[in-house]
Design a protein around this ligand. Structure first.
Ligand code: SF4
Length: 122
C-alpha cells in the first residue's frame, strides 16, 4: 500500500513559522491569489496569514491535527512562501527549518525514504 505524502500527516511548518509574503499576492490585487480575508497587514510591503504570528502560531487555513492528518484549505491559492518551503528530502535535500518545526511538535525529521511510494499531494 502507498504511504501518504508526509506533508498530509504533518502541518508543523504551518503551525510554527510566520507565513508572510508580498502584499500583491493576495486576491484583492491578484485574481486567484491568496484569499485576502485570511491575511493581515504585516508592514507596508507584506501581508501574513492570519494566525501565523505570536507565541503559538497556527495558520487560519490549516485544517486538522498536527502530526496526524492535515490539509491546507487554500492549497491551490497559497502564497509563494508556502509553495517554496521544501519539506526535508522532498527535493532530495534536507531542510533544517522543516526539521525544526517538526521537532517542536514532537515529530522526527523526515528521511529520504519518507517520500518512497507516496500518494499524490493534496
Ligand atoms: S496557507 Fe496553507 S500552506 Fe501556507 S501556512 Fe497556511 S495552511 Fe500552511
Amino acid at each position: 500500500m502507498k504511504a501518504p505524502n508526509p506533508c498530509l500527516t504533518c502541518g508543523a511548518c504551518c503551525a510554527f513559522y510566520r507565513a508572510s509574503f508580498y502584499w500583491a499576492e493576495a486576491d484583492d490585487a491578484t485574481p486567484g491569489g491568496v484569499p485576502a480575508e485570511l491575511t493581515t497587514k504585516l508592514d507596508d510591503f507584506r501581508r501574513m496569514m492570519i494566525g501565523t504570528s505570536g507565541s503559538t502560531p497556527r495558520c487560519i487555513a490549516l485544517e486538522g491535527e498536527i502530526g496526524k492528518e492535515v490539509r491546507c484549505t487554500i492549497y491551490e491559492n497559497r502564497s509563494s512562501v508556502c509553495r517554496n518551503f521544501p519539506a526535508s528530502w522532498a527535493d532530495g535535500k534536507p531542510n533544517e527549518r522543516c526539521d525544526k518545526a517538526r521537532a517542536v511538535w514532537g515529530l522526527s525529521p523526515l528521511e529520504p525514504d519518507s517520500w518512497d511510494d507516496m500518494t499524490e499531494a493534496a
